[in-house]
Design a protein around this ligand. Structure first.
Ligand code: NOJ
Length: 761
């Protein structure tokens, strides 16, 4: 009886209580009704105005923009970053006929007020919790400044260390980048975009910007559909599946068609295949650049192509504002296209909660911070923790690291005390003068237990081309007027007084940035000379590398006793580096990009095809696929990184040697910490489809786990392998798995692996 009543109650409850699905449908109905009604009221000019995304600057002075906003001629603003400025512009909306709120966007790419490590550094942590934390804090800080949206994450897979924007992405692997894409989208957007502490993610650059030919920025991309979908598209798809609200088009052309006018990418793939229902914004000036690409003869044609292809909003060049009306009047842009683009903008604002409260994030004057750069607004503890997780120990001969906090240390190099460089490129609203340099970090850690001496040792480069590039817009790295010899002499004299020399070398932050493509992957000349002179002192030499791309470090590997890849680690970089150097944190980062021996090997990436004549170490002669004038393979492989302790991985234990199409198998290893220090490492799972209908990569990352082990501790790590991990895009672009034998590899980098095989039935 009781049971029946209970069942009845449950049933009645189910009938009367709205389910989650009902609530969502209601919310969707409300949104649709609201947008439909608004669209009804809008004139064609007002619709066109919503597609305009502009920044205050020389092209759009504040006064002009204010007048435009009052006339309802602006849809969104970027590069305005303070609450008073944002409120001032949002206030103007009240004067417009329909009072449609503006949204405010910015490039919050690796932190906002607090700079976290550059994205390539974040990826090196392989620590999704830490990466997510950096994204969540970025959202908190950016929304506290009134921002609604970030042009991030940049999830362009790249195999090109020459490309300056490799620094902004998460490396060469589609799986790792896709996992990070999901985590960051969710971190930025929180549980609800209507939350004042959430910002919308605009993933970029759609598509394949990172495959730019020769690593030269803005250059072209030509690629098979199989490679595209297998190796480059997964992160974008993952961002869509994670609910990213918006996407930015790529400045580059794909198979001849620029991203901004590429209807196959924007309509067929993004919207139809993947079901994306958010906003598409062009990159900066990308619409008018269609003319230089040679696919549009004039601004009108460029506009027509872009909007018809599915680019909803036009960033900064005002092509839509000036051209769309005539195109609409002549029927070249149909009402349905204009309405759809405008709807996407309005939906974005609706999703961001701006129709309910245009000041949701900008807040009221009374709540403005007295000092927007106040220390209390920074997240230093998290920045330090995340930064030290991002560093990769490349070499540590004779355990020269960790250093003792005693004796005399010489901290030398043009980057040793550079606040400007340590925060990295695209550092949003982070201030260099709040950044901790390596010199400061090391000096503070040493305290009065020992001495820390310093010399600059060299300029960043003696090459006028590089010097000029670094200081092109403003003098960020003033040249030391002394001669290279004088600087080196001083550094050598200081080094001679020290027990250990720490040389902080690498790139200026501007060298690993947009349009920062390099034809060389070496540390610049002046610093090479400095390293050679320091080596010649015979003192133990530790190189701390600050840079935004894989470098060719063959020579430095010979010269230095230890090398720490610290990337550009952000506001707390100097403290984090000191933590690692002195062993207060045991390094755990792993490379997300292959480091070649020389630029001539590029592109060099771990998940390549085998070719019919793969290199064989036992036969360095003719007729295998290699370069005869350089040792084969990378300097440091994908997934590589040392620790102050040693980990041992057991052979793989497979739960079965066969996998049925609906089933799963478990692959387990035991990882043991063999050393005397606690440490973390990343256990990596790779698969290879040995024989398939098209040639498949020699290995593909399919899982990873970051684990912490005490000295002597061991832990079982189990990977679950199902059929999805075996699927690939075949010649007909069907995403499917083919029966046959698979090699399974588990290890602590992509080369040092245990392997076994199983069969898909
Ligand atoms: C151009 C860059 O390509 C893009 O990534 C960035 O978001 C925009 N400028 C806006 O700053």
């Amino acid at each position: 009886m009781i049971k029946t009543l209970w069942m009845f109650g449950l049933l009645a409850g189910l009938l009367v209580q709205p389910t989650f699905a009902d609530e969502r449908a209601d919310a969707q109905d409300r949104q649709d009704r609201f947008i439909d009604e608004l669209l009804e009221k809008m004139t064609v000019d007002e619709k066109i105005s919503q597609l305009r995304l502009v920044s205050v600057g020389p092209e759009h002075p504040k006064e002009t923009l204010i007048a435009d906003i009052r006339q309802g001629k602006v849809g969104g603003i970027f590069n305005t970053v303070t609450r008073p400025d944002i409120r001032l512009l949002q206030d103007q909306v009240k004067e417009s006929r329909l009072k449609i709120p503006l949204f405010f966007a910015y490039d919050v790419t690796h932190g906002h007020r607090t700079a976290f490590p550059i994205s390539l550094g974040l990826a090196s942590s392989w620590d999704l919790e830490a990466i997510g934390r950096s994204g969540r804090i970025s959202a908190l800080e950016a929304s506290a400044d009134g921002l609604d949206m970030t042009f991030s994450p940049m999830i362009d897979v790249t195999r090109e260390p020459r490309w300056g924007r490799a620094s902004e992405g998460f490396g060469e692997d589609p799986y790792l980048t896709a996992r990070i894409a999901e985590v960051l989208v969710k971190a930025y957007q929180g549980d609800s975009l209507r939350d004042p502490h959430s910002i919308m993610a605009v993933f970029k650059h759609f598509a394949l910007y990172g495959a730019t030919e020769g690593g030269r920025d803005y250059n072209t991309v030509d690629m098979s559909a199989q490679r595209m979908f297998q190796d480059y598209m997964p992160p974008y798809k993952a961002a869509v599946d994670a609910g990213a609200g918006a996407v930015m088009t790529s400045l580059s052309a794909l198979n001849g068609m620029p991203g901004t006018a590429n209807s196959w990418l924007l309509r067929d793939v993004l919207r139809q295949q993947w079901g994306f229902d958010g906003l598409v914004v062009s990159d900066h000036g990308a619409v008018l650049e269609l003319m230089r690409h040679g696919v549009a003869a004039d601004p009108a044609a460029a506009t027509q192509m872009s909007i018809n292809a599915g680019t909803d909003m036009n960033m900064n060049d005002d092509a839509y504002l000036h051209e769309l009306k005539a195109l609409f009047d002549s029927g070249k842009v149909p009402m349905a296209v204009l309405d759809a683009a405008c709807r996407n903008v309005l939906v974005t604002k609706y999703r961001l909660g701006l129709f309910d409260d245009p000041y949701l994030r900008a807040g009221v004057v009374a709540d403005d911070p007295a000092d927007r750069n106040a220390e209390s607004r920074l997240h230093r503890a998290d920045a330090r923790d995340i930064a030290r997780r991002s560093m990769v120990l490349l070499k540590n001969a004779d355990s020269v690291l960790p250093l003792k906090k005693s004796g005399t240390l010489a901290v030398i190099g043009p980057l040793a005390d550079s606040q400007n460089d340590i925060i990295g490129s695209w550092s949003a609203a982070s201030l260099p003068n709040q950044a901790v340099t390596v010199l400061r970090g090391v000096t503070e850690a040493m305290g009065d237990r020992g001495r820390v001496l310093h010399a600059k040792g060299s300029n960043l480069s003696n090459d006028p081309l590089i010097q000029q590039f670094i200081n092109a817009y403003e003098v960020v790295s003033p040249l030391d007027p002394r001669s290279p010899e004088q600087m080196i002499d001083e550094a050598v004299a200081i080094a001679r007084q020290a027990d250990v020399v720490v040389a902080v070398v690498g790139e200026a932050r501007g060298m690993a940035d947009e349009s920062g493509s390099r034809a060389s992957l070496q540390i610049p000349d002046a610093q090479q000379a400095l390293i050679a002179a320091l080596e010649a002192t015979g003192k133990p030499l530790v190189l701390v590398l600050l840079n935004g791309r894989p470098l060719a470090l063959g020579k430095e590997h010979e010269q230095a006793d230890a090398m720490l890849e610290a990337w550009f680690p952000g506001t707390e970089g100097g403290h984090a580096i000191a933590d690692v150097l002195f062993g207060d944190y045991n390094p755990s980062g792993k490379l997300p990009m292959t480091f070649p021996r020389t630029v001539g090997q590029v592109p060099l990436y771990y998940n390549h095809l085998n070719s019919g004549r793969p290199f064989r170490p036992e036969n360095r002669g003719k007729y295998t696929s290699n370069y005869f004038d350089v040792e084969h393979g990378p300097m440091y492989p994908f997934g590589y990184g040392l620790s102050y302790t040693d980990f041992e991985v057991s052979p793989i234990r497979l739960s079965s040697k066969t996998l049925s199409s609906g089933g799963r198998i478990e692959a387990q290893v035991t990882v043991r910490n063999m050393g005397s220090r606690a440490g973390e490492t990343v256990v990596q799972l790779y698969l290879q489809d040995k024989v398939a209908s098209i040639s498949r990569s020699v290995q593909e990352l399919k899982g990873f786990r970051k684990i912490a082990l005490q000295p002597g501790e061991s832990r079982d790590v189990t990977f679950d392998v199902g059929i999805d991990a075996l699927k690939f895009f075949n010649a007909a672009l069907d995403f499917q798995a083919e029966p046959g034998v698979f090699k399974i590899m588990v290890g602590l980098d992509s080369v040092d692996v245990r392997s076994d095989e199983f069969t898909l039935e």
